[in-house]
Design a protein around this ligand. Sequence first.
Ligand code: GLN
Length: 256
Amino acid sequence: MPGMQLRICHLYPELMNIYGDRGNVITMVKRCIWRDIAVTVTDITLGEAIDPADFDFFFIGGGQDREQILVCDDLSGDKGQAVRQAVEDGASLLAICGGYQLLGKYFLTYTGEDLPGISLFDVKTVGGDTRFIGNIAVDCEVDGIRAQLVGFENHSGRTRLGPEARPLGRVIKGYGNNGEDGTEGCVYKSAVGSYLHGSLLPKNPRLADWFILRSLRRKYELEELPGLDDALENAARDAALQFTMKEKRFRKRFGR
Ligand code: GLN
């Protein structure tokens, strides 16, 4: 697809990157290169401003509560506003776990820190006294992606969707947003928040292509993307799905 370009903004890559979250950015880059789409990745960290018009796709990974405190402070004000503006203007975005929590209304940690979010997603998160840990499988409910997603989760935060919020999908196995209502993640326009580390996109190529298509449609008239041979990716996803369905579940006490 010569002549097309996708500009990626990787937010806080050195602070918000656990369980291989940066693999999501690598997947986006590779799937563009394989289709002859020019792609750039710009790392943006603490103290660096964002122009919402400069990027087509944003990525923020997960992090520990202490890193989230720094990022929360940095995103308050103009920078968080710029990310919201970009999504309102049609950019796409993927936020994993700790990043997802900070793009909601707030994250109240188990140890009592109150971290206000940028309110891109209509979700609220409160830390609990156990951690939700393990592999997770989800039935994705987003238009155009009828697929089962697999990943790995590890979070104390329990996220509740507001009345306007749409989930990314329903939990088949694992905990997802809060371990109670069966929802996982949140979708707003072309922005997705999810608890799935692991990383998400390499094993879920249909979701990766959803982001690429939505990002490109911001600038180009495009019906669909040329297909790729996803035999390996699908085999990896199916294998992960099989062992996830057989696993026993447990909850880990906070701090141990
Ligand atoms: N610190 C957050 C929590 O425990 C997010 C963790 C993560 O990104 N895996 O809920």
